[in-house]
Design a protein around this ligand. Sequence first.
Ligand code: MTE
Length: 335
Amino acid sequence: MLIKVPKVSSAAESEVTPEAVYLSRRSVLAALAAGSLSGALALPARADERFADVPSPESVPPFLESRLAAVPAVELPSGEEVTPFFDATHYNNFYEFGSSKQDPSRHAGELITDPWSVEIDGEVARPGRYSLEDLLSQVTLQERIYRLRCVEGWSMVIPWIGFPLAELIRRVEPSGHARYLRFETLVRREQMRGVRSELGLIEWPYIEGLRLDEAMHPLTILAVGMYGRSLPNQNGAPLRLVVPWKYGFKSIKSIIRISFVRDRPATTWQTMAPEEYGFYANVNPAVSHPRWSQARERRLPNSLFKPNVRPTQLFNGYAEEVASLYSGMDLRKDY
Ligand code: MTE
């Protein structure tokens, strides 16, 4: 993976998002386990009131705007601080718009994301092209505050808005042959500079995949918003995957196709450099990348004068919830 990590974060102090009132992740997960999530999240603050310094989105379809505004706030996981909105939206990986961390915020505005639809195909009883509005019509949007750990060694804490992927999977009724999900990002040359570039290394479209049980896990979400507003284009508008216990490259952006397949799909980074990027890509401080250690991470904002380096946690701190998915597997081999 191309690594270009600036030493100093570009966020000014004045741009730091204030902390707000949240539920703890523990209580969210306890509620998930008890099946009473909607009750647990019925808290007073509206998501958008807590991020008063977050700029309004340029254009959001009316059906999405009203849905986002109705999402109840959740509490920050203990010991964490939400990454400033500026960092989360100006330090991105989205190679379709270029390979530097600033390219997506500079160029992703060129992408038109409305109307949007997702093709669902393969081993399902209800294949078809689903509009974004239709996809959202049968789900309750929720806020989830997750750590995001990039394989390059930096991390953030992001308040996403989305819904469990499991709800969509149940809706389309996978057959007994569906063992993996394959996700595909839009390719639109005229609106994507990175795709047009002659220098690019990536073979488009960007592809990612999950095992069906990973996709069904309650922590796995499809996100349509962050920081109480719709997803900025550079973060994967209008629909992206978020799998918080895996390296960030699994969390594929701007999804246009989800295929239910029998065999493990060939995915972008794993195909390009199989010695460096595995299919599972579970965050693991004990398994080094061949060119660097994964034992520690730089939590953004991080600078020479205000370093914010911390130990990386197994499964990015979600081991209690997800370790059982991998019981009996050698995580060094299946990295
Ligand atoms: N999805 C697509 N389509 N293209 C990409 O280049 N980069 C991945 C992932 N999803 C990428 C993508 C990587 S490497 C990371 S770390 C995360 O997006 C970054 O998400 P963020 O920019 O919202 O922090």
